[in-house]
Design a protein around this ligand. Sequence first.
Ligand SMILES: Nc1ncnc2c1ncn2[C@@H]1O[C@H](COP(=O)(O)OP(=O)(O)O)[C@@H](O)[C@H]1O
Ligand SMILES: [Mg+2]
Length: 264
Amino acid sequence: MQVRGLHKSFGDNEVLRGIDLEIGRGEVVCVIGPSGSGKSTLLRCVNLLEEPTKGQVFVGGTEVTDPDVDIDAVRRRIGMVFQQFNLFPHLSVTENLTLPQRRVLGRDKARAARVAADNLQRVGLAEKADAYPSSLSGGQQQRVAIARALAMGPEVMLFDEPTSALDPELVGDVLAVMRMLANEGMTMMVVTHEMTFAREVADRVVFMDDGVIVEAGPPAQVIANPAHERTRHFLSRLLDPAMADVEDDNGREGDKGLKGDKGL
Ligand SMILES: Nc1ncnc2c1ncn2[C@@H]1O[C@H](COP(=O)(O)OP(=O)(O)O)[C@@H](O)[C@H]1O
Ligand SMILES: [Mg+2]
């Protein structure tokens, strides 16, 4: 997957200001950065939920930003998982998985049901096939949302803060599924602030601020030894918000707190 010179404005607000990013097949890239820095907009441009103002996006050699592109064909190749799971409440878990397969891929009922069952198995929820979303925990609902995306057979999976709406004790099961996908060789772009996941699973970490990529590299570099002050400041806030407040009072004291007891 490749992003070239991507710009996106909403009115006068230029939210993405020239993003260049290449993600190789099977690569896992975690995107971190402060709220409002453009992370969600970047994912949404890749998936054509937003139309870029300028620039190009390629997935598997196809330019998805080509005006003549078949949007449905593009979306088939890219799975997206949101912070809010966006399951249909009036449909069972299985129906949530079969509906898009039938509508978008034209699969018959039996085939869609088989693929649904396989993917529920993959995320550890085979026994919830007939349940309704409201009877599931947030973590289970998110795993259903992941299974729904996988059932479409995507080449690339995009995750937008998939665990940030979850109670802390439910985060681990979702991350475990994402870890499994990474191990299976799925190409993944993950906006997350789960730094343990980023450190252990990501091939590369990208730090975004104010619509640009400030730095990118292996986790050991970007997380443990960032080159830029903005990255250091962001990470220190993330790892120790109380410390960040003290820093703010003192006028930003750099990487204090970063190498504390968080195992970095
Ligand atoms: N549909 C939209 N219309 C107008 N402004 C938007 C829209 N989506 C996002 N923005 C603005 O774009 C900026 C970046 O938002 P976003 O990509 O959601 O950042 P992040 O995901 O990093 O928090 C914010 O200032 C936000 O208000
Ligand atoms: Mg966001």
